[in-house]
Ligand binder design. Structure first.
Ligand code: KG4
Ligand code: ZN
Length: 381
């Protein structure tokens, strides 16, 4: 089956073509036109500007996806589009384009929840850190994903722990009570003047701080003249809700703690080493909470697989540390994370989710709407 995926929920105009069979998914094209530079000057996404850019780019992006996939519209079996949640002006461009193409090309249309897309990104060439090369299978092969699955979703708009007994069956067992993890990265980057989007900027600074510490430690180990470790850079931030008895998160207080730290240390904020150390500690605080809650949830819900999903899953430290924690504490559970190419918003993940949801096609597609606050649909809905 050939699926055309479309995604316009935020600031990426994306179209992708996949070829999907029961045990094999190949991405024939994955085109993303990013608006990051446009929104960076405003420090965040401006919904109406995003919609104008989507309007300008959507058809060229779709055309490019068909050219790269070397197919024409007749070959398409299904159109899959992000229906929500997201910015309404942005979503409307994708949904109305998808409806128009569906009408003109006489192709079935399916609406996908954006987070469902992120979860199903794990089905595209997902690296298997815990499996041997032989068991990883060949490129494109859909690897066995044993259910039940526990999924840690971390994006710009969502932070959730989702339990799945089977495909398309979602039970939210915990979520953020205020800011999402990615949102906290973006807000802290703004406080530290690191630009937008904040996640990649903060993780790059955290890496600089980390290498500074490693350098210090390795010099000391070699028996060189000891360097006095600069105690100004020993920073401690809170790990919000880490001891709470539920699986909810809260990142807004952590962001406020960084704000107070910055206000109290105005002079030191001009020192790049100081801001790098703040980034390292902030990132570690977020990672500690995410990992702690995921492991505790896994102990309670006993999944066979743990998945990572959403834009923050591009964070190398989170990928590495979650892998290490699962290996050490729950070695019998399989850990999967999306291929780095499909962590951020893209349309391949929407096409894959459309493929898995194809049997739930709604006859009433002509009435399909976009919803800013769409809830995750269960397979029985
Ligand atoms: O999933 P996504 O592309 O869009 C939403 O659905 O929200 O996620 C975007 C979020 C942004 O907040 C961005 O700062 C964050 O993901 N992000 C990262 C990294 N790359 C992107 N956060 C931490 N580390 C990263 N390397
Ligand atoms: Zn997303």
């Amino acid at each position: 089956m050939i699926v055309l995926g479309l995604e316009t929920s935020c600031d990426e105009t994306a179209a992708a073509v996949i070829k999907a069979e029961k045990n094999h998914i190949s991405v024939l094209s994955n085109v993303v036109s990013s608006q990051v530079k446009l929104h960076a000057q405003w420090g965040g996404v401006v919904p109406n500007l995003a919609a104008r850019e989507h309007l300008k780019n959507i058809l060229p992006v779709i055309e490019e996806s068909l050219i790269r996939a070397k197919i024409n519209s007749q070959k398409i079996d299904l159109i899959s589009v992000t229906q929500g949640p997201g910015l309404i002006p942005a979503l409307l461009i994708g949904v109305s384009t998808a409806k128009t193409l569906s009408y003109l090309w006489k192709k079935p249309l399916i609406g996908i929840h954006h987070i469902e897309g992120h979860i199903y990104a794990n089905f595209i060439d997902s690296p298997h850190p815990t499996l041997s090369l032989r068991r990883r299978g060949t490129k494109g092969e859909v690897k066995k994903m044993s259910f039940p699955v526990l999924c840690l979703v971390v994006s710009g708009g969502h932070t959730q722990l989702i339990f799945m007994k089977k495909h398309l069956d979602y039970k939210i067992i915990g979520e953020t009570l205020d800011d999402a993890a990615g949102e906290a990265f973006d807000k802290v980057a703004r406080i530290l003047n690191l630009g937008y989007p904040g996640g990649p900027a903060i993780s790059a600074q955290a890496e600089i701080a980390e290498s500074r510490i490693m350098n210090y430690e390795s010099k000391n180990k070699k028996g060189n003249k000891p360097i006095i470790h600069d105690s100004r850079f020993i920073i401690h931030l809170p790990r919000p809700m880490i001891n709470s008895k539920n699986f909810n998160f809260s990142f807004s207080g952590l962001k406020t703690a960084v704000l107070y730290l910055a206000k109290k240390n105005k002079k030191r904020m001009k020192d790049k080493n100081f801001t790098a150390a703040v980034c390292r500690e902030f990132q570690q605080a977020v990672i500690d909470v995410l990992i702690d809650k995921t492991i505790t949830a896994a102990l309670k819900y006993k999944p066979k697989t743990i998945l990572l999903a959403g834009g923050v899953s591009a964070n190398q430290e989170l990928r590495k540390q979650l892998n290490r924690a699962i290996k050490n504490r729950l070695p019998y559970i399989l850990y999967r994370m999306p291929n780095i190419k499909y962590c951020l918003d893209n349309a391949s993940m929407i096409a894959v989710a459309g493929f898995y949801r194809r049997e739930k096609l709604n006859d009433n597609w002509k009435n399909m709407e976009a919803f800013a606050n769409l809830k995750l649909k269960k397979c029985s809905d």
